[in-house]
Design a protein around this ligand. Structure first.
Ligand SMILES: Nc1ncnc2c1ncn2[C@@H]1O[C@H](COP(=O)(O)OP(=O)(O)OP(=O)(O)O)[C@@H](O)[C@H]1O
Ligand SMILES: [Mg+2]
Length: 158
């Protein structure tokens, strides 16, 4: 389940399409190196979810930001996570279990490193393509029945 995203606009557009096919309770697990395009995809996702609030950026100190929309977007960025204890403080298990919102998590792999059990989710891997043209490879790895259906619906539209 792969696509090539030629430029940043394509990443944002793909995110927007995901937002249109997503349902409450969906968990989007973003995996990719520094600068892979995770936040760009989440910005598109916000648009697709009808989020009207200000600019969706990487949460800086807060780790977690919530944006009201047609469907609310909960944006978690674990890059600056300092300890597993912090995950307990933000109530990560409850956040991942939100059935009224779409939850997008940057640096998803930190959860497993901290011993947090992952619910069903759609893993979205972004990788920089070699060569001068940039671009990113998008790979989907759904875990669970609903995420598999979401991945299929999304891919059919991008
Ligand atoms: N498909 C693409 N092709 C080329 N450049 C892209 C693509 N998608 C996003 N970018 C660019 O990559 C850069 C990094 O994007 P972004 O901030 O979204 O990455 P990130 O994975 O969130 O990074 P971080 O790990 O720092 O949070 C931005 O300049 C963005 O415009
Ligand atoms: Mg980011």
């Amino acid at each position: 389940m792969e696509r090539v995203l030629a430029d940043a606009a394509a990443t944002a557009r793909a995110g927007e399409v995901l937002g249109r096919v997503a349902s409450p309770g969906d968990v989007i697990a973003l995996v990719g190196d520094l600068g892979a395009g995770k936040t760009t995809l989440v910005q598109g996702l916000a648009r697709g979810l009808g989020v009207t609030s200000a600019w969706v950026s990487s949460p800086t100190f807060t780790i977690i930001n919530e944006h009201p929309g047609r469907l609310p977007l909960v944006h978690v960025d674990l890059y600056r996570l300092e300890s597993a204890r912090e995950l307990g403080e933000i109530g990560i298990t409850e956040v991942l279990g939100r059935d009224d919102a779409v939850v997008a998590v940057e640096w998803w792999t930190r959860l497993a490193e901290c011993g947090v059990r992952a619910p069903d989710h759609l893993e979205v891997v972004l990788e920089e393509l070699p060569g001068p043209d940039g671009g990113r490879r998008l790979t989907l790895r759904p875990v669970g029945v609903r995420p598999a259906a979401l991945a299929a619906a999304w891919l059919a539209m991008i």
